[in-house]
Write a protein that binds this ligand. Structure first.
Ligand code: C2E
Ligand code: MG
Ligand code: MG
Length: 735
């Protein structure tokens, strides 16, 4: 400016004569200055114009190249301008795009929102924004953020300026986040820790399952849930696996805040940073206690006896195998007790299975109450139970003593009376015992076999007793199984005979005989009932065998009837409970009498006390039916069983037999003498005959006679004899 002014003054000095009048000079001067100033202003304007244009171009370029879409639309939504980004977003070439309606590009579901936005914009004049979807033919809708403001063009007509930014990625992330959030709050428990295993976050399911609120565990280690059920090795190998493979999965027992233990299925995954280091750990878990308890139920069914809930053979064998392995490792002995009830069959047969079941349950309960917590009681089936005692002494003798004392405790517990629904019953047990744990590779079958053998030995020893396994036992039982096979053949090949033992009265008259079964074994010679009767009972062979005895005895009676010296003889036949309990027993006896032509009045059936265990009425009815035909009834081995006096009174008996066990020591044992005396008194009171068995000495006979017993049977008079010998004995008479 200054230079321009100086230039104007110089020009004036040249053009205006120095002598020109002062007013003219001044006017001219002012004019010149004004002109110069105008030129200067023109020049400045031009420069400003240039700058403006440059600026505008820059703006247009910015507008054009902006990453955001811009467009302007008029009142009727017609697109007036659009930048390149908007053109790309809307998907039409620029020239086609202009004059298109903007709404044409908006998703059907977003049209209403856009309409409302326009109304708000016009009403308030304030900028508005909205998320909506742009649709292009052939493409997925694209989410954009629309920002809009209103400007007024000439004539006050509104023009809308719209900004469009693509938010599809944000939208996608939002969805993912929502999914993640939903997953996080799913039914699975989730716990997120930092690299140092400090808990950062937990979800609702975590709280529901563990009982801990998020703030209670935040910052603490997940070990707050430790159950104590797993050892350090377990956790160490779990974290090893996570370190190596990045994750671990498995079942783990944890502890709820309430203290309750529960099983969970847990997956732990390490979250790695870019460098591959674990930055976080995510644990997800489900509470599997419900599934577990269902599994447990299935297991219980598969491994337990449904009646007593005791472990079954399968589970017992597993436990035994474990005990064998551990016992050897820790050099500690264990014992196996094979418990078999003695007269359970009778209870089952006479009282019915429901009462038998009731008794088995009580047996199970008693067995459990006799052992320690770590010991195992199992039911093998039927009336067979197993008891395994672990951690006994490492010294065999001490261990045997320990096992014996438990065995004796069991024996006594089982021999106590059982209260069933309608009656009180007794049922003893035979117990076989073996030790295990000494051998390095002993299989579970070995001790089981040994205990079984020992149990048979206990049975042979008279039941209600304990026996230990030893080698001899093995031989006995091998013979036993051979006998069972032999019994079948024996019946077919008629290897049985009856021996007759005289019954003597008063001054020595032979009043009759007891028929006693003998097996003429092709290899072993003459076998007595003790050698084979229990096998016959167990295998059911007692039924055909009993029938054979009855027939043979009746035939003998028929023969005796033909000779004067024997026509008066009574013949006593032993009948087992099982035989008597057959429905058709009465008919069988009557048919046999008819078939053989024997006189029913000469036949006496000897029953055992086990028959009195139950259904006394049914037993009495059968007896009455047979008595009506003239048969007599004797109760064998009286005093050894558990018969109740009330039951005894209801049976139509003719005689009682004092068991030889009491007779044997009648002179030396005051208890036996007292029992014998009592049986005699009882018989007299009931009006029954009383016969003493096993009388071997004159002193015994005299003693019995002094007590009022004048009918005897025993070696003093005669041993059981084969029929020819017996005939001979009869002929020769008593000395
Ligand atoms: P039981 O009916 O008590 O028979 C008496 C047993 O005592 C017989 O044994 C007999 O030989 C024995 N005995 C007799 N007198 C004396 C004696 O003075 N001293 C000694 N020590 N013993 C004597 P056995 O023949 O061995 O029979 C044993 C048991 O077998 C019988 O006992 C009976 O219960 C049963 N039995 C025998 N035969 C049969 C049968 O045909 N059917 C059934 N169901 N059981 C039978
Ligand atoms: Mg008898
Ligand atoms: Mg007897």
């Amino acid at each position: 400016m200054e230079t321009l002014r100086e230039a104007a003054e110089a020009a004036l000095r040249e053009q205006v004569a120095a002598d020109a009048p002062e007013p003219l000079r001044r006017a001219l001067h002012e004019l010149l200055v004004h002109q110069v100033e105008l030129e200067v202003q023109n020049e400045e304007l031009g420069r400003a114009q240039l700058a403006l244009e440059a600026q505008r171009a820059r703006y247009v370029e910015l507008y054009e190249q902006a990453p955001m879409g811009y467009c302007t639309v008029d009142e009727e939504e017609l697109i007036l301008t659009a930048n390149a980004a908007a053109v790309a977003m809307l998907g039409l070439p620029c020239e086609e795009l202009l004059r298109q309606r903007f709404t044409r590009f908006i998703h059907h579901d977003d049209q209403d929102s856009l309409y409302l936005l326009r109304l708000r914009l016009l009403k308030t004049g304030a900028p508005q924004s909205l998320e909506l979807r742009i649709v292009k033919p052939g493409c997925e809708p694209v989410w954009v953020q629309l920002s809009a403001n209103v400007a007024h063009a000439e004539g006050g007509i509104p023009v809308f300026r719209l900004g469009l930014s693509d938010i599809s990625r944000i939208k996608l992330l939002e969805v993912e986040l929502r999914i993640a959030a939903t997953t996080f709050d799913s039914h699975e428990g989730v716990v997120i820790t930092d690299a140092g295993k400090a808990i950062l976050r937990t979800n609702k399911a975590f709280t529901r399952i563990t009982g801990y609120a998020p703030e209670e565990v935040a910052g603490r280690q997940p070990s707050v849930l430790k159950s104590g059920r797993h050892d350090a090795d377990f956790y160490a190998s779990m974290w090893d696996s996570i370190a190596v493979s990045g994750s671990w999965q498995g079942e783990i027992w944890n502890r709820r805040k309430s203290g309750e233990l529960y099983p969970e299925w847990l997956t732990i995954t390490a979250v790695k940073d870019e460098a591959g280091n674990s930055s976080h750990y995510v644990g997800t878990f489900t509470d599997v206690s419900a599934r577990k308890s269902a599994e447990d139920q299935i297991k219980a069914l598969a491994f337990h006896d449904p009646l007593t809930q005791l472990p079954n053979r399968r589970l017992f064998t597993d436990r035994l195998e474990q005990a064998l392995a551990l016992g050897y490792r820790h050099q500690r002995k264990g014992a196996l007790l094979f418990v078999d009830l003695d007269n359970f069959k009778n209870i089952n047969d006479t009282l019915g299975h429901d009462q038998g079941d009731l008794l088995l349950k009580q047996v199970a309960w008693r067995l459990n109450s006799c052992v320690r917590e770590g010991d195992t009681v199992a039911r093998l089936g039927g009336d067979e139970f197993l008891v395994m005692l672990e951690n006994l002494s490492d010294d065999s003798l001490d261990a045997a003593r320990q096992a014996e004392s438990v065995g004796e405790k069991i024996r006594l517990a089982l021999a106590r009376s059982y209260q069933l629904n309608h009656s009180e019953q007794r049922c003893s047990a035979s117990i076989g015992i073996t030790l295990f744990g000494g051998e390095p590779h002993e299989s579970s079958a070995e001790p089981l076999k040994r205990a079984d053998l020992a149990m048979y030995q206990a049975k042979l020893a008279g039941r209600n007793t304990l026996r230990f396994y030893d080698q001899e036992m093995q031989a006995v039982v091998t013979a036993r199984s051979a006998l069972e096979v032999g019994l079948h053949t024996a019946l077919e090949q008629r290897q049985f005979v009856l021996h007759y033992q005289a019954q003597v009265s008063g001054q020595g008259q032979v009043t009759g005989a007891e028929a006693l079964l003998r097996w003429v074994h092709p290899e072993r010679g003459l076998l007595v009932p003790a050698d084979f009767m229990s096998i016959a009972e167990d295998s059911g062979l007692i039924l055909p065998l009993g029938q054979w005895v009855l027939e043979a005895a009746c035939s003998q009676l028929a023969q005796w009837a033909q000779h004067a010296q024997s026509a008066h003889l009574m013949l006593t036949v032993n009948v087992s409970a099982r035989q008597f309990n057959q429905k058709s027993f009465v008919d069988q006896v009557l048919a046999t009498l008819v078939k053989t032509g024997a006189n029913p009045r000469r036949l006496v059936l000897e029953l055992t006390e086990s028959l009195l265990l139950s259904h006394v009425d049914a037993v009495a009815a059968k007896m009455t039916a047979l008595k009506a035909k003239g048969l007599g009834f004797s109760l064998d081995d009286f005093g050894t069983g558990f018969s109740s006096l009330a039951g005894l009174k209801r049976l139509p008996l003719d005689e009682l037999k004092i068991d030889q066990g009491f007779v044997r020591n009648i002179l030396t044992d005051p208890d036996d003498a007292a029992i014998a005396r009592m049986v005699i008194t009882l018989a007299q009171n009931f009006g029954l005959k009383v016969v003493a068995e096993g009388v071997e000495t004159q002193e015994q006979r005299n003693h019995l006679a002094s007590q009022g017993c004048n009918d005897w049977q025993g070696h003093l008079f005669s041993r059981p004899l084969a029929i020819q010998e017996f005939d001979h004995f009869l002929r020769s008479g008593l000395d």
